[in-house]
Structure formats: C-alpha cells, structure tokens
Design a protein. Structure first.
Length: 192
C-alpha cells in the first residue's frame, strides 16, 4: 500500500483538513488509478493538473502550484494532434462544458492517442456537473474516443457506502463494483 508521503493529496484536490478516513481512501484510490492506467504515453497533457510533473504538459486556470500553461479545458492553446495522451483526473465535474473539454482533448490527441479519465459518478456532490456512468461513457464516445477499459470503485451514495467509508476505509478501495452502481469511474479510451 502507498502511504501519504508518496502521494500529494492536495494535487488531487484533497485538503489538508481531510479526515484520516478520507486521506486513506484517497491515497488508495490514487494508487488504484495509477495501477489501472498503467504507463501513460508521452508527451501527455494533464488538463486541470494543478502542477507540472515529468514530460507532462500541465494546464490549469487556477493552479495551486507551478503549471506549464494557464488555460481552460474548453479552449486549449495547442496545435492539433500534439499529444500522445490526455488526462482528465476529476476535472469534468468542474469545467463549464464537459462536451467542449472532451472535444478539445480529442483535437489535441494524436490519431492513435489515449484519453485517461477519472470522475465521480452516480451522485450529486455539489460540483458544476454530475454524471451517471452511462452519461459519462456516452460523452466520451461522442467526442470521438472508444472506451477500451473501465472500472468502478465504491458504491454510489447509500448507507452501506457510508458504512464502508467510515468503518472499513482501508478496504473500501479494494472492492470493485459494476460501473452503473459505482461512486468513482476510471476510464481509458483511445481515439477512434
């Protein structure tokens, strides 16, 4: 298991004030995402990155650290087919237009490029957009990508999910659920 010292949870939007259970869950979810996504082809573009890392070009309109470019996902300042992969890690719930953000991701992706998406699904969490798992998949496919892998983690908001998170936070992220009932979706897609 990865510990908090190896993962910068603030980079993932988790404040320092998060409860110990939230920190455990998010640390493990970040670890699951990294294993699920595998090697990310470079050069890559991380939209909503919050900070720059490696050969990844980072874009964020409101960075919490150093980023390469200050821009919004709906209007990327890059040439067509510039990146081998695009990452959208918990970003689509924040943008003004998820459709336009995915269209821009498609535009800057090479012909054999990849899209990596994480997003909460199946619940309303106070952000600008909420998706069902089928809505999220449909948005990605309508943008010109073919989904090649997807995984659901956690149950959508129920008392059972709340019990798992409070009482069994260390085991919460090891339980896979069908994507139509999951709380968080991990998706790898490829340009059609």
């Amino acid at each position: 298991m990865t510990n908090d010292t190896n993962i910068d949870l603030e980079e993932w939007g988790i404040p320092l004030s998060a409860t110990p259970q939230q920190r455990i869950i998010w640390t493990r979810m970040v670890d699951v995402w990294r294993k699920f996504a595998g090697a990310i082809p470079e050069p890559s573009l991380d939209i909503g990155a919050a900070r720059q890392q490696g050969r990844t070009v980072s874009v964020d309109p409101f960075p919490r650290g150093f980023v390469d470019v200050r821009a919004i996902g709906e209007n990327l300042p890059f040439k067509k087919e510039k990146f081998a992969s695009v990452l959208l890690e918990s970003v689509l719930k924040h943008v003004l237009s998820p459709d336009q953000t995915l269209a821009e991701a498609y535009r800057v992706c090479t012909k054999d490029g990849f899209l990596f998406v994480t997003s909460p699904v199946n619940h309303i969490d106070g952000h600008r957009h909420s998706f069902s798992s089928s809505q999220l998949c449909r948005l990605i496919e309508q943008a010109g990508f073919r989904i090649i892998r997807k995984m659901g983690l956690g149950l959508s908001p129920t008392r059972l999910d709340s019990l798992f998170r409070r009482r069994a936070s260390r085991f919460y992220t090891t339980i896979r659920f069908p994507v139509r009932f999951c709380r968080t979706m991990f998706i790898v897609a490829k340009v059609k």
